[in-house]
Design a protein around this ligand. Structure first.
Ligand code: C5P
Length: 259
């Protein structure tokens, strides 16, 4: 395993060369960062949970016809994915005002937006992922008009599906971030959904208590991060009652928290 060629290391994941050309292995770390990596930490067991949650959501999305890079989960922390040319945009879909939007426009957190809002930021850590408009995207050629059409269309489909999926388990999908990539077939490129969908890149609030079940627990020092991620996995039916927590590598976390 350790001799595999590493292609890229990000804040929460590592990409290794895959077994076949055009494939990669995506490894989910326990590392957590926030505020453009100014805050760093570890959430023991997070990688295992995100791998499983993301597998589940990407599989369901593929079932409704959203093309994704996911091929199969390989083990607790790794999944086999299709290699894509990443489009350098973060696509943020919002249903409820929170986080950056609430701060930027002085909105009260929790305000239901009159319509779903899609925002784009440039994927560039050095610049702090600045927000960009479709005019910037066209001007600098980060994606074509046709690709932007496909991206917005998929983002809305993903949002509609996930709003329903989470509502059914008592969770409000406040907002989330998607990334897309190109797959080349000769001269023709197709856009597919890439990266991951997990409590690391979604805001998920309990519908009755508004309890945060996502990375805001880490960003805002609320504690109970892994328990929140576990709760999402449990409600999605991914952690049957009585699951052996050793399986989720949670022991070290428990010891740290003195349980
Ligand atoms: O911080 P902000 O309110 O803009 O985040 C909107 C959504 O996008 C949140 O769900 C957050 O988790 C996600 N996001 C992300 N990665 C980023 C920025 C935002 O996953 N770099």
């Amino acid at each position: 395993m350790s001799r595999r060629r590493q292609i890229y290391e990000g804040k929460a994941k590592i990409l290794y060369e895959g077994p076949e050309p055009g494939t990669l292995i995506q490894y989910f770390k326990d590392d957590a960062t926030a505020f453009n990596a100014q805050k760093k930490g570890t959430i023991s067991g997070k990688g295992v949970l995100n791998n499983r949650i993301s597998e589940h959501i990407f599989t369901l999305l593929a079932n409704i016809g959203v093309p994704t890079h996911f091929i199969k989960r390989l083990n607790m922390r790794e999944q086999l994915i299709r290699q894509v040319e990443i489009i350098p945009l973060e696509v943020i879909v919002r249903n409820v005002a929170a986080g950056g939007l609430a701060t930027r426009l002085g909105l009260e957190e929790g305000l239901q937006l009159p319509r779903t809002l899609i925002e784009y930021t440039l994927k560039d850590d050095a610049l702090g992922d600045p927000m960009v408009s479709e005019e910037h995207i066209a001007c600098f050629g980060w994606a074509s008009q046709e690709e932007m059409h496909d991206i917005a269309d998929m983002a809305i489909r993903v949002n509609d599906f996930m709003c329903g999926m989470f509502a059914a388990i008592g969770i409000r999908l406040v907002d989330f971030k998607l990334e897309f990539g190109r797959i080349w077939d000769g001269d023709f490129a197709r856009v597919i959904l890439a990266d991951e969908i997990s409590p690391d890149n979604c805001r998920l609030w309990d519908m009755t208590t508004n309890e945060k079940l996502d990375k805001d627990r880490f960003r805002r020092d609320l504690g109970g991060e892994v328990e929140a991620y576990q709760e999402v996995a449990r409600r999605l039916g991914l952690m049957p009652e009585g699951v052996d927590n050793d399986v989720l590598d949670l022991d070290s976390h428990r010891k740290k928290r003195g349980k």
